[in-house]
Design a protein around this ligand. Structure first.
Ligand SMILES: [Zn+2]
Ligand SMILES: [Zn+2]
Length: 324
């Protein structure tokens, strides 16, 4: 499913099989999750877009070909391919254990073709072995919603009362991790979105409400997954003194001006960008212990545009996954 220009729909396109180059693997895609970032790619909201591009960066599949120099992987092995597709290894960020901020990165489904396809090529060093535990469809959302959610949760600190703004694919995973860690979760949805509020309550959220509401007790930290800048002052208002607000999305509408008193008293406002391979190793090791259950809605690959439209409109709970 190819995106030829910003603002267009994806087009079903027959392409010749590609051969993996040095250090690359070819993966037959079994499932690929649909992420809000795919909408930002399609809408042309990210800088330096590459067209034509095959979106999709929550890929689960099996290796069917390997180029020279691939180590530690084998033909037939199940792997996950995340958003971070390649880093330079030489810039100050790569050398300082912050490869998520690499100066010359590549991203799956944005600068390199991704997983809305029957097969894809990846840099072997950035693929995660997934083992055989769990189904392809259930695992796919872990590759971005899970990984970026995990990085956001770590960034939020270890406060016991966490607020999640935007209760979609990432939040429904992060909520399970946070509760497994013994924290309580408050879920903030679009005002009046009773279906999503019921979904969050069903997962164990101790309080649910609209994003325009204040929680009964101040939060220790909040994570904003929705791409809505208006949520930033609301979340700052909801956290206690010294609390932290983490913006987890790659793109957000403008943040409105707000009074300094909302930031005062050492509240912190930070963002989380991309992931490091270590984030993936840490999270994918933990996920089976936690027993994360991802709530998924399957779409055939050819219905990718419908899946994206449903994501935009908030028509399903949890995560959408494309199956070739
Ligand atoms: Zn770098
Ligand atoms: Zn994503």
């Amino acid at each position: 499913m190819v995106l030829k220009e910003a603002g267009a729909s994806l087009e079903w396109t027959e392409l010749a099989d590609r051969e993996p180059g040095n250090g690359e693997i070819r993966v037959q895609v079994a499932a690929c999750g649909v992420c809000r970032t795919d909408l930002h790619v399609m809408d042309g909201e990210l800088p330096d877009p590459h067209f034509p591009i095959i979106p999709g960066h929550e890929i689960v599949g099996r290796i069917d070909a390997m180029g020279a120099g691939v180590e530690g992987l084998r033909i037939g092995e199940r792997v996950g391919i995340p958003w971070l597709a390649h880093t330079c290894g030489a810039c100050p960020y790569c050398r300082g254990h912050r490869e998520n901020l690499c100066d010359r990165p590549e991203f799956t489904g944005y600068t390199r073709d991704g997983g809305f396809a029957t097969a894809t090529i990846a840099d072997a060093r950035f693929a995660f072995p997934l083992g055989e535990f769990g189904s392809d469809v259930e695992l796919a959302p872990l590759l971005c919603a899970g990984l970026i959610g995990w990085r956001s949760l770590v960034s939020a600190g270890d406060g016991s009362h966490l607020g999640l703004y935007g209760f979609g694919a990432a939040a429904h995973i992060v909520a399970q991790v946070a509760m497994w860690q013994g924290r309580s979760v408050s879920a903030f949805t679009r005002p009046g979105d009773a279906a999503t509020q019921a979904f969050a309550r069903g997962l164990g959220a101790t309080w649910v409400g609209g994003s325009d509401q204040m929680p009964p007790e101040p939060l220790d930290a909040a994570i904003i997954f929705a791409a809505v800048g208006d949520l930033v002052p609301l979340a700052l208002q909801a956290v206690r003194k010294g609390g932290r607000v983490v913006c987890a999305g790659i793109h957000m509408s403008d943040i409105p001006s707000f009074p300094y008193r909302l930031l005062w008293e050492e509240r912190q406002l930070v963002s989380v960008a991309n992931l490091t391979r270590q984030d993936g190793i840490d999270f994918l090791r933990l996920a089976p212990q936690i027993g994360i259950v991802t709530h998924t809605t399957r779409y055939p690959l050819a219905q990718a545009n419908q899946a994206l439209a449903d994501l935009r409109a908030g028509r399903f709970a949890g995560a959408a996954v494309l199956v070739p």
